[in-house]
Each structure stands twice: as C-alpha cells, then as structure tokens.
Design a protein around this ligand. Structure first.
Ligand code: UDP
Length: 363
C-alpha cells in the first residue's frame, strides 16, 4: 500500500514507519523534523516531507488523494504542554487534525486516527462521593472502548483540554461515519514506552513524560520527583507490542477495524508512579550503574509546584483489550521490567555515546 503517515517521526510514528517499510509498503512520511527516522531516510520506499501541518499552504489534499491509507499521529501528547499551552493543544489536536480527517472524507480514504486513553479521564472510584464496596477492584479502572463513561475535571483544570479535544475529534469521525459512510479506525494508546519516547529534560522549562525525568535523574544522580506522592497508576505498554497491534489495524483483515475504536495497552503492566521510580532505580543499579554516579533519592512534590496552575491527573487507567483480542488476535507480550530495561538501555547507550571524555593531562 501507499501509506501517508502524518507525524511519522514522533515516538510512535518512527517505530511504525520502520515496520511499514519492513512490510514492503511505500511510505510518505510527514513531520516537523526527521531526527527519529534518520536511519531510514535513504530507504527507496520512503519519502520524507518536512512540513508543519499548521502552515496554511501545503498540499495535504493531493497527498491524501494519492494515498491508499492515511495514518494520523500528529499531536501534542505531553501533559506538560496541556498545562502550558492549552490553546495550541486544542488547535493542533482538534482543528488541524480535523482538516486531515475532512480531506480523507472528501477523497474517500480510510483514516487511522491516533487518539488517547486520556479520553476516559478519571475513575469513578476517585470521585469524592463514590461509595464503592471495593474501590481497589480493577473493574472501576478498566475502560472499554464502546461502553465506558468519561469523567473529566472542571474547566479550571486545563489538563483536560487535551482529552476534550481528542474526544471531540473522535465524535466528529463517528458522525462522518454515520452520515457519510466515512471509514476510520481510532486507536487509544495506553502509555506506550520504548526507545525514543522523549527527549531528556535539558532546561528548567522542559517537561517531558515521567520516564524521561526519571531516566535523567538516574543518569545524573539528581532527584526522582513523585508528583503528589506518585500514587497514580498507569499501564505501560512496550512500543513493539503497540506497533504489532497497530500493524494488524493497518492490515484490516476482512474489514474488522472499519469504524472501530481500539484500546492498545497492556493490562498486565499496571504500576504506580512510585513503583515505576523504584523499579527503574533497581534496574539501573543492577544493570547500568556507572560507579561514579550516586543513585537518586525519591521525593514527593506537590502537583501544582511541579506543573503549575491547572494541574489535575488521571488516577488509574487499565485498558480492556477484549476487542483487540477478538478482532485482531492481539495480546501484549512485554512485561513491565522488560519494558523498562529495554527503554533504559537505549537511553543509557545514547548518553554514553554522547559523553564528552574528561580532559586528561592538559594542565
Ligand atoms: N510524574 C511524576 N514525576 C515526574 C513527572 C510526572 O510523578 O517527574 C507523574 C505525573 O503527575 C503523572 C504520571 O507521572 O501522574 C505520568 O505522567 P506523564 O507525564 O508520563 O504522562 P501521562 O501518563 O499523565 O499522560
């Protein structure tokens, strides 16, 4: 197939592009920069277009017209940004992505739209007046694509603008499906993790995802900060498992994915952020430690101090993957420790490659 991949050089996009090329597809890859796909730029089946999709004059329509399938991964998908630039988060994740969807509608092209598990918001167990017999029962935190209700915080907690923008986009795709027979598949990723997930924070203003903060603390012997004690939980999903599932959606055997929403995530890898910090510290000590660097301390910091005003959080989210199992025969395989170790190995190797050797005998 000829596949137009928008956001092809982000974390997920770069791994997916590799897989698409390996499977023999022709890929037209669009992104702001090509760093994460640098190793494939000479591939005869890849055309890379450096392009900001917000630029009013670009040839989206002709690229869509010439493609057999469109995959849209373009997003600001980092909580630090939801708090700092909420308007841009809305514009990119809704307004600009809608243009891509509408071009697919015009040209009758199938669209795979990456959305987010953030659409589910918080759990019922987290509500102040919830009186659940067993609030810890995972059933209260397990989200299903077609039946779960969404619980978001108030407008003053602007974290939820991302969730709302993505939710609205999903609803518009659904409406185009209903009214005009538009063929889409929506993917809701649950905390994908792996090599190239993020940059490591360099400046005070940098707010990548939690893995990168912890990795940076391990490499530099600084502090691992747990926002509000690190009690929130996530299900971390290794990128190879995620790409395998995504590829089955690309294949779309017997049209099984037509107008479907899929959770992609590993329900077996649920951990609190505190457990994540402790596991990373342990893996680092056992496998990667450079004797000169002290192991970081783990401390708790208030959310508003770490992120600023408007902070709120998703407390717990476990994917129900029954649909992916049933329609795609997919099952995640990577355990949490394996997932962390493989991701950490990439960053440790990269950081050691870039280390400036200390000056010796130049006195
Ligand atoms: N978090 C933390 N320490 C950090 C960065 C983030 O404890 O240095 C917490 C954050 O408050 C959230 C969780 O880690 O509860 C995951 O945040 P992340 O930014 O990775 O993305 P999310 O899973 O919320 O989309």
């Amino acid at each position: 197939m000829k596949i137009l991949t928008l956001g092809a050089a982000g974390f997920i996009g770069s791994h997916l592009t590799h897989r698409l090329l390996r499977e023999g597809h022709t890929v037209v890859a669009v992104d702001l920069t090509s760093e994460k796909v640098a190793e494939y730029l000479d591939h005869p089946s890849l055309t890379f277009l450096q392009q900001d999709i917000r630029c009013p004059e670009w040839n989206l329509d002709s690229l869509v017209r010439d493609a057999d399938l469109v995959i849209d991964l373009i997003a600001y998908a980092n909580p630090g940004l939801y708090l700092r630039i909420p308007l841009e988060v809305f514009r990119l994740n809704f307004t600009e992505n809608l243009k891509i969807a509408e071009s697919c509608v015009r040209h009758g092209k199938r669209l795979i739209q990456f959305s987010t598990c953030e659409v589910y918001g918080r759990t019922a167990a987290s509500l102040p007046h919830a009186h659940l017999a067993d609030p810890e029962d995972p059933i209260h935190a397990t989200f299903s694509e077609d039946t779960s209700e969404y619980i978001l915080g108030p407008v003053s907690k602007h974290r939820w603008i991302y969730s709302s923008a993505k939710q609205l986009l999903e609803r518009v795709l659904h409406a185009y499906g209903l009214e005009q027979g538009f063929n889409y598949t929506i993917i809701r990723p649950f905390n994908f993790i792996g090599p190239k997930i993020d940059f490591l924070p360099q400046a005070k203003e940098d707010i990548p995802r939690v893995f990168s903060f912890f990795m940076d603390a391990l490499l530099n012997g600084t502090t691992m900060k747990l926002v509000n004690g690190g009690v929130n939980r996530r299900c971390y999903t290794y990128i190879d498992d995620a790409v395998e599932c995504t590829y089955r959606i690309v294949e779309n055997r017997n049209g099984a994915c037509d107008r479907q929403i899929f959770n992609i995530g590993s329900p077996y890898n649920e951990v609190s952020i505190r457990q994540m910090a402790e596991t990373m510290r342990q893996i680092y000590a056992e496998k990667f430690r450079d004797d000169a660097t002290p192991l970081p301390q783990i401390v708790s910091v208030p959310g508003e101090e770490f992120y600023g005003e408007g902070y709120d959080d998703s407390d717990r989210r476990i994917p129900d993957i029954a649909k992916a199992r049933r329609l795609l025969g997919w099952e995640p395989k990577w355990s949490f420790p394996e997932t962390l170790e493989a991701t950490m190995r990439y960053y440790v190797t990269e950081s050691r490659k870039n280390r400036v050797p200390s000056a010796v005998g130049n006195g």
